[in-house]
Design a protein around this ligand. Structure first.
Ligand SMILES: [Zn+2]
Length: 65
């Protein structure tokens, strides 16, 4: 497996690093990438990533202020 030739994509919307900036993350020992536009979903509505990010259904959303 050669990551240098793999086109990275957002785990939520599937857009590639050539279309949007991707942010690296890790959760449950699993690395992943999420784009800047989907990052607020991870912060505020992580349950919406269930099935896309392993264990996301167990993530508490950030407190609203
Ligand atoms: Zn995205």
């Amino acid at each position: 497996m050669n990551d240098s030739t793999t086109l990275l994509t957002c785990l939520n919307c599937g857009r590639s690093e050539q279309q949007v900036p991707l942010v690296a993350l890790r959760y449950n020992q699993t690395p992943g990438w999420i784009c800047s536009q989907c990052l607020p979903i991870l912060i505020h509505q992580p349950q919406r990533l269930a099935g896309k990010l392993k264990g996301a259904e167990n993530l508490p959303p950030a407190a609203e202020h």
